[in-house]
Ligand binder design. Structure first.
Ligand code: PXG
Length: 448
């Protein structure tokens, strides 16, 4: 009866689905009673870990007090107003820019649809209606609605349903292993990759470009970490041409990279910040856009009515859970812990993976990490994609009680922020075992 997301239904009907029935801490259990270490935090969202009673209590209390009311027609509700103020307080000021306002939705996709509406409205109000084009990147993920999938750069998604919609174009991603020239340094590549944005702006005409959208670190694309030179050069370019910068932090905000918001880590100055997932640790759906003062001022002072909003914008239960989640993350010092303790510890562990013969590269930032599987470690030669070595490895992970995702031959993790050093050790043991099993398979099949 159930049409699953991103699933081949014919295949699923034949194989059946694994049923997940319970979660506690960083572990989930399936209906067969198997315990699985969830190194993906569900889908990058269960930042506070499973089974947090105070999040359930916050939802219950709010459900009993006021389960729903909208924020249309000059009304509001207490949790939505409180959460907006709390988020404004958490979002750091950079270069004199403040985030005093927030627009709520129920997901990352909806939030990016809101971004498209917001940036086009902004330029209309400033008397530049020709500024419509939004530039994004290949292999970006910005959601699955018409605008979200169009902003994203997933060719498989564009191929279904005549996407992207008009006015959205893509440049190449800052993926060193795939897009650098032979012998090019990471630093030089970072600047060159950022200048693809400038080339695209000049090709379209600077007066026609509305915004650039990007993830601080690409998540669904395979945890692709840009060189340190990338973001400063992007900032120079958006400043020079006056275009809006949208930081899509649906994965990276709320502690994933050791900061409440990731733009702080990389030191750039976005005008709009998309968030979802970790804001409630995934316990209930909530998303939104932090609106910086550049856009907020125009929208509020010149905008009149903004003809946009969702039934569940500022949903009181979702906002109450988000407030409880932020309190919990603060009380347990999880953001600092990731930045100063478990993040660096994971990075040191990942460094040791580079000795494994199957590993071409292993890298992490905060609690977000990737392992590149290669055929020839010395030369960095990839496997033929049709061998699907990543899927072989993922199969071993499932079989050994570990959720680690495969994006092509990149194995990726993003464990809950509550993960301890001892649990990182346990996870590394499982990762090594699965790499060994995969290595045995690829040798037995004559693939190396
Ligand atoms: N932006 C980013 C950066 C995301 O990672 C979205 C927007 C869309 O959010 P919603 O809440 O509408 O799903 C996302 C979501 C995967 C995977 O396989 C990643 C996401 C969603 C589903 C699967 O890695 N990211």
């Amino acid at each position: 009866h159930y049409i699953h997301p991103f699933t081949d239904h014919g295949q699923l009907a034949g194989r059946g689905a694994r049923v997940i029935t319970r979660g506690e801490g960083i572990y989930i259990w399936d209906s067969e009673g198997n315990r699985i270490l969830d190194a993906m935090s569900g889908l990058w969202c269960v930042n506070a870990g499973y089974g947090r009673k105070e999040l359930a209590d916050a939802a219950y209390q709010q459900l009993m007090t006021l389960p729903y009311y909208n924020s249309f027609f000059q009304t509001t509700n207490v949790p939505a107003a409180q959460l907006a103020a709390k988020l404004a307080d958490l979002a750091p000021e950079v270069g004199g820019r403040h985030f005093d306002h927030v627009f709520f939705s129920s997901s990352g996709s909806e939030s990016n649809d809101t971004n498209v509406r917001l940036v086009r409205r902004y330029w209309d109000l400033l008397g530049q209606p020709q500024r419509k084009t939004i530039i994004s990147r290949h292999n970006a993920y910005h959601g699955s609605t018409m605008a979200g999938a169009s902003l994203g750069g997933m060719s498989g998604m564009h191929a279904q349903g005549d996407l992207p919609i008009p006015g959205i174009v893509h440049i190449e991603q800052p993926y060193y292993l795939e897009n650098a020239k032979p012998g090019e340094s990471e630093a030089a590549f970072g600047v060159r990759a950022a200048r693809w944005l400038e080339e695209k702006i000049l090709e379209i005409g600077p007066d026609k470009v509305a915004a650039f959208i990007a993830e601080p670190v690409q998540g669904a694309g395979g945890v692709i970490i840009p060189p340190a030179t990338y973001w400063p050069e992007i900032q120079r370019i958006v400043d020079q041409y006056g275009i809006l910068l949208i930081s899509d932090e649906v994965i990276c905000a709320f502690g994933r990279l050791g900061h409440w918001f990731a733009y702080e880590k990389f030191g750039y100055r976005p005008d709009l910040v998309t968030f979802a997932k970790g804001v409630t640790s995934g316990y209930v759906p909530l998303g939104g856009v932090m609106v910086g003062d550049r856009v907020a001022k125009v929208l509020i002072e010149q905008g009149g009515e903004f003809n946009h909003g969702y039934t569940y914008s500022g949903h009181p239960v979702a906002c109450a859970v988000a407030l409880a989640n932020i309190r919990l993350i603060r009380r347990e010092g999880l953001v600092d812990k990731v930045r100063e303790d478990t993040g660096p510890y994971l990075a040191a562990q990942f460094e040791t993976l580079k000795a494994h013969p199957l590993v071409g590269d292993a890298e992490s930032r905060g609690l977000m990490a990737a392992i590149q599987l290669v055929k020839d470690q010395a030369r960095g030669t990839p496997f033929a994609p049709e061998l699907e070595v990543g899927m072989v490895c993922r199969g071993h992970c499932f079989g050994n009680g570990l959720i680690m995702r495969a994006v092509g031959d990149r194995m990726i993790i993003a464990p809950p922020l509550v993960t301890t050093r001892a649990q990182i050790d346990e996870m590394m043991g499982l990762i090594r075992r699965c790499l060994d099993l995969t290595w045995t398979d690829v040798r037995a099949r004559g693939w190396v």
